[in-house]
Design a protein. Structure first.
Length: 147
C-alpha cells in the first residue's frame, strides 16, 4: 500500500491502542517514510495488558498471537504489534532497519562496519507521529531525551 494510506490506517490503530499503553509508536517502514508499505509496525509498552488485548482482538482476525508479537489484519492491512518493556524498547525500534541494511551490504560485497548505524528515517523528512525533524543517525535519536 502507499504511504498515505498506511499512515491513515496506522493512525487509526495508534489511537485505538494508545489509551491502554504506557508508550506507543508507529515504527518500521512508515517511520522511515518509505513510499511503498508492506505492513504496519507498532511498538508499545502495555499499561493495561487486559484491556489492550481486548482492543487488539477487536481490530481484526489474528494472524499471529504470541506474547511478544501479535499480528492482525485491520481493514486489509497487516498490522504487527510488538510488545516491549522499558529494557527492550530501543532494540525493538532498531531491529527492522538494522535487519534490512546489514544483509543488503553483505550481499553487495560491502564489508560490514561494526560501528555503522543506519538511519531509521530519511533525513529530509519529519517523524509521522511527533512531527519533529528526523535524526540523521540512530545515535542522534538515542541522544535525545525522552519526552
Amino acid at each position: 500500500m502507499l504511504l498515505a494510506e498506511a499512515l491513515r490506517v496506522a493512525d487509526e490503530v495508534y489511537h485505538r491502542l494508545k489509551p491502554h499503553c504506557g508508550k506507543i509508536v508507529v515504527a518500521g517502514s512508515i517511520r522511515r517514510q518509505k513510499d511503498e508499505i508492506r505492513d504496519i509496525d507498532i511498538v508499545l509498552i502495555p499499561a493495561n495488558p487486559g484491556q489492550l488485548s481486548q482492543e487488539i482482538d477487536r481490530l481484526g482476525p489474528p494472524m499471529k498471537d504470541g506474547q511478544k508479537l501479535r499480528r492482525v489484519n485491520y481493514k486489509g492491512a497487516q498490522v504487527d504489534i510488538y510488545y516491549a518493556s522499558p529494557q527492550t524498547w530501543a532494540t525493538l525500534l532498531l531491529i527492522p532497519a538494522a535487519a534490512f541494511v546489514r544483509p543488503l551490504a553483505l550481499l553487495s560485497g560491502v564489508r560490514a562496519d561494526p560501528h555503522f548505524t543506519p538511519s531509521p528515517r530519511a533525513p529530509d523528512r519529519a517523524d509521522p507521529v511527533s512531527g519533529r525533524p528526523a535524526p540523521q543517525t540512530l545515535s542522534e535519536s538515542a541522544a535525545r531525551p525522552c519526552q
